[in-house]
Design a protein around this ligand. Structure first.
Ligand SMILES: NC(=O)c1ccc[n+]([C@@H]2O[C@H](COP(=O)([O-])OP(=O)(O)OC[C@H]3O[C@@H](n4cnc5c(N)ncnc54)[C@H](OP(=O)(O)O)[C@@H]3O)[C@@H](O)[C@H]2O)c1
Length: 408
């Protein structure tokens, strides 16, 4: 030990360039990391007692959005297809928020119980499930204040159609969230200031879209690679946001969309052929750590859109890093937005209803109150993913939490 101390004392850092090079490299990495992590939501506005629906809130960005909004006082409903993971996420959110809440000696309530986070079943692969979810929600609550359409997928098999007969990216990322939004609109309009937030992606910029078939249900669809299908669905989300904002201009409801940026540590790339290789994951890890956001950082834009009173009048916009951003040229095309919106309505009307019979669900709920706690049907995917989800989620959350800033 003494020898080591003497060595340090005698060392002359200026006799070599290495300490300077190392310091510059560390400085560069920290600078790049700070820039790439994006802007944080610039305020800590409270949303006391607001009813917030977050789709796909059991993991990744959705989980972070849900936790931040619960921490700000919102009553959070996690709308997820994997109920085990969703219930677990709800419990973890409450526990973590509870741990950060001060306890008072004369108050013996469990701090976690001060937060309202609840898991509900919603499978965007099925319009029936969307109807069921919306119907029950509307029967139970008299309004919805915030709807965050976060759930989404990429690199799914484009040859496999959903039970409703649509390409999977198209339905999960666009059609089903669109339907959910339409169904919940009457409830969002009952809110003092209803907010709809869609999560889109930078990838919309590379989308191919045919003006005569903007929904891409024609023959062109089969030529799409999963990447194209994802990009197309995220452009559709952006265009629908633009047109829906026009439709809602005389109401108190705003609708905006955002890109989370490139986010690591979520399960988004689970189907990516490249990222399924352990070697690629190990080799790319340092680069991902430097150049990509963590889920907390990726959630900031949606959190701002859901909470900031300064955005009360802002609608139909595309956000990146908490600020309004320019989208691709097709993303600004009003005619295309209108055509897509109208085609979507027409297509959805041909397979389902765009309204919910709230009264019928209320009666059903009264007769069978346990309906509310309906659990996910055990599909093969669910069973296989359950184990993954539980272990992966815990480790991912722990790792990410270490990097994150404390919640407001
Ligand atoms: N990560 C990125 O780099 C990135 C970049 C651009 C945009 N985005 C967008 O950000 C959003 C969140 O992604 P993430 O990175 O947090 O990925 P994630 O961890 O995979 O989260 C996606 C969520 O969507 C849910 N989901 C998928 N299919 C569903 C279905 N049929 N019904 C209901 N829920 C479904 C997933 O549920 P399960 O757990 O049950 O699968 C999961 O909770 C997505 O819309 C994604 O497209 C992400």
């Amino acid at each position: 030990m003494e020898r080591l101390l003497t060595m340090f004392e005698e060392a002359d850092p200026f006799s070599t360039w290495w300490p300077t090079i190392a310091a510059l490299a560390v400085g560069l990495v920290i600078t790049v990391r700070t820039i790439m992590s994006g802007q944080r939501c610039p305020n800590d506005n409270q949303i006391k007692e607001q009813i917030v629906v977050v789709t796909g809130g059991n993991s990744g960005i959705g989980y972070e959005i849900a936790q931040a909004l619960a921490g700000r006082g919102g009553r959070i409903i996690l709308a997820c297809r994997n109920m085990k993971a969703a219930e677990r996420a709800a419990a973890v959110i409450k526990r973590e928020l509870g741990c950060r809440t001060p306890c008072y000696p004369d108050d013996d309530t469990n701090p976690a119980d001060r937060y309202f986070v609840e898991a509900r079943y919603l499978d965007l692969n099925s319009f029936r499930s969307v109807h069921h979810f919306a119907g029950q929600l509307m029967a139970e609550f008299d309004r919805v204040d915030v709807l965050v359409n976060n759930a989404g997928l990429v690199f799914a098999n484009t040859q496999l159609a959903t039970p409703d007969g649509f390409e999977q990216h198209s339905q999960v990322n666009y059609l089903a969230p669109f339907l959910l939004t339409q169904l919940l609109l009457p409830h969002l309009k009952r809110s003092e200031q209803g907010r709809i937030v869609f999560v889109s992606a930078h990838a919309h910029q590379s989308a191919k879209i045919d003006f005569d078939d903007p929904l891409n249900v024609g023959t062109w669809a089969v030529k799409f690679h999963a990447r194209d299908a994802f990009a197309h669905s995220k452009l559709a989300v952006l265009l629908a946001t633009r047109w829906l904002a026009r439709e809602l201009k005389d109401t108190s409801v705003t609708v905006n969309c955002c890109t989370p940026g490139l986010v690591r540590g979520t399960r988004h790339f689970r189907n990516s052929p490249l990222m399924s290789s352990i070697c690629v994951r190990v080799v790319t890890f340092p680069w991902m750590w430097i150049f990509m956001k963590n889920p907390y950082e990726g959630a900031q834009c949606a959190i701002r859109l859901a909470t900031d009173p300064q955005l009360k009048q802002v609608t139909g916009e595309y956000f990146n890093d908490c600020e309004i951003a320019a989208s691709s040229e097709p993303g600004q095309d009003k005619e295309l937005a209108k055509k897509l919106y109208m085609q979507t309505i027409k297509t959805l009307e041909s397979v389902t209803k765009l309204t919910v019979d709230r009264e019928a669900y209320a009666v059903k709920l009264e007769q069978e109150p346990e309906l509310r706690l309906e659990t996910a049907p055990e599909t093969e995917t669910n069973q296989a993913e359950d184990m993954d989800t539980e272990t992966e989620m815990e480790t991912e959350m722990e790792m990410e939490r270490e990097e994150q800033q404390p919640l407001e």
